[in-house]
Design a binder for this molecule. Sequence first.
Ligand code: ATP
Length: 338
Amino acid sequence: MPSVSDYKIATIGSHSALQILKGAKDEGFETICICAKGKSKPYESFRVADKIIEIDDFANFFEIEDQLIKENAILIPHGSFVSYIGPQKMKEVKVMHYGTKGILEWESDRVKERKWLLEANCKLPKIFSSPEEIDRPVIIKFHGAHGGKGYFIANSPEDFYESMRQYPNESKYVIQEYIVGVPIYAHFFYSRLNQELEIMSFDKRYESNADSIGRIAARDQLDANIRTSYTITGNIPIVIRESMLPSIFELGESVVNISKKLVGDGLFGPFCLEGIVDPNLNFYVFEISARIVAGTNPFTYGSPYTWLRYNEPMSTGRRIARDIKEAIEQNHLDKVLG
Ligand code: ATP
């Protein structure tokens, strides 16, 4: 009978690797961490990696792929991995890979992503096709602007053109309705083994400088000519109002159901709906991540929600390893690989 000792769990040393590797060890797997040279300290110090493979650059991942294949490793993708490799190259990954590769194309293309979320009945911020249409607060997002650097808010076409003068080289952007509310990131897990959707946790991001601008008066902000950026520095756990849970479950289930129409196997494993909740408790989704998000990192020892269900510490990383373990034991590893 196949068992966890026949396989290893591997991931890239960054993003959410600590909880992925710790979770894998808790489920009985040996672990491999692929680190950029000089960046392996956390994975050694926290004792989560049985083996560390150092590479010069994550872009050279394919050079060590054969080594992973020989180890019978199962690779767990996360945000950093996808951004280093690129959604196109993900399809070339040959080592066993947890999750559906095809769905990453849908989450990384803004048009496709929107189609998916709309079909799943998510409320989305309105998109304005031209600056002339701006009739409410909007957020202008430049393509490829990492960490939301340079995003700006405008209220009218005039306002938009005035601010755009500071970005003469930017021609690719999206004009999105700015939702006034609080950001909430909902973390889900869907297993193809029991076909059940679980809510794992919620977080909000701690962003620099957006989360500190409120510490100084509006007049000082203007005097100092401060521009907002949303560079992520950490994640803060949230427990949401309990009456919102039924609709959050519904949203998650609907996103999974629609994904089955888009890509053969559909979405499974961890994913996240990134939203803004307005004062009427509408959950506006502005993005989906079809993989583990770093917002699950505060919960290496489980979240208030996973505690309810599991009665043991269950991080998202560990939930992934449990899914793989159950698939191995049921002789259905194919159900968790993609
Ligand atoms: P990615 O997560 O793809 O790297 P990013 O970090 O560059 O994207 P977003 O996550 O899209 O940028 O947004 C950055 C910040 O702006 C987030 O904190 C989010 O709360 C806020 N934000 C994004 N879209 C909206 C919106 N439509 N209304 C209000 N706030 C928004």
